[in-house]
Design a protein around this ligand. Structure first.
Ligand code: PEP
Length: 250
């Protein structure tokens, strides 16, 4: 089964009502490859605004995070049910900024992922190693540890609601993109791990995105690799070149 190309735009803590409206309107006017599934993830405060503005059938709106408790005294958090109530069907989880700055462990990320899926929200689940971990030869071990924590919580059809984003931390927001070979190697290792530890079908069907300084210039070569099924894009998702990244297979 061919995996549908997927491009996510992570706006992080950027934007205003005006700029987010303008980004979405830019996407609305653009000629987007109809074979690419696109999600854009503005800050929570602007989810509804983005949702109201999106007119392209292939573009959906995603949260950047969600909590794993149904409701109650969790100041500052948003529940899966609240996303659903706002007709938001996607969330990013386990972004390295949440892991490193906000202290989310592999287990917390896995638990949030399970809660999102159980509540009907699909997940762009992020993993990836630090520069130190890469330089000490531990890249695959780190990613496998993160995957093992996820696989301990999710099973069966849950995997149909997960898109994996491999994002080496040293490449995020640094302008230092992984080489095509570095990215493909880790994507292949992730697929092998899924085959060995989950199932042939999950390994075959799960989309694995690359994230880390993707831009309008480097996206085409990365997109040619057999295990790269799309991108999670930070900085460039705020710029017109996001359209070129979506269209990287054209
Ligand atoms: C990200 O935040 O997920 C990301 C990949 O950022 P950037 O594209 O800016 O490196």
């Amino acid at each position: 089964m061919a995996r549908k190309f997927f491009v996510g735009g992570n706006f992080k803590m950027n934007g205003t009502k005006e700029s987010i409206k303008s980004i979405v309107q830019g996407l609305n006017k653009a000629q987007l490859d109809p074979n690419v599934e696109v999600v854009i993830a503005p800050p929570a405060l602007y989810l509804q605004l983005a949702q109201d503005e999106v007119k392209q059938a292939t573009v959906q709106v995603s949260a950047q995070n969600v909590y794993d408790k149904p409701n109650g005294a969790y100041t500052g958090e948003i529940s899966v049910a609240q996303l659903k109530d706002s007709e938001i069907h996607w969330t990013i989880l386990g972004h390295s900024e949440r892991r490193t700055i906000l202290g989310e462990t592999d287990e917390v990320v896995a638990s949030k992922t399970k809660s999102a899926i159980d509540g009907g929200v699909s997940v762009v689940w992020c993993c990836g190693e630090s520069l130190e971990e890469r330089e000490s030869g531990n890249t695959v071990a780190v990613v496998e540890r993160q995957l093992a924590a996820l696989a301990a919580k999710v099973s069966g059809d849950d995997w149909k609601k997960i898109v994996i984003a491999y994002e080496p931390i040293w490449a995020i927001g640094t302008g230092k993109v992984a080489t095509v070979q570095q990215a493909q190697e880790v994507h292949e290792a992730i697929r092998k791990w899924l085959k060995a530890k989950v199932s042939d079908a999950v390994a075959e069907e799960t989309r694995i995105l690359y994230g880390g300084s993707v831009n309008g210039k480097n996206c085409k070569d990365l997109a040619k690799e057999k295990d790269i099924d799309g991108f999670l894009v930070g900085g460039a998702s705020l710029k017109p070149e996001f359209v070129d990244i979506i269209n990287s297979n054209l």
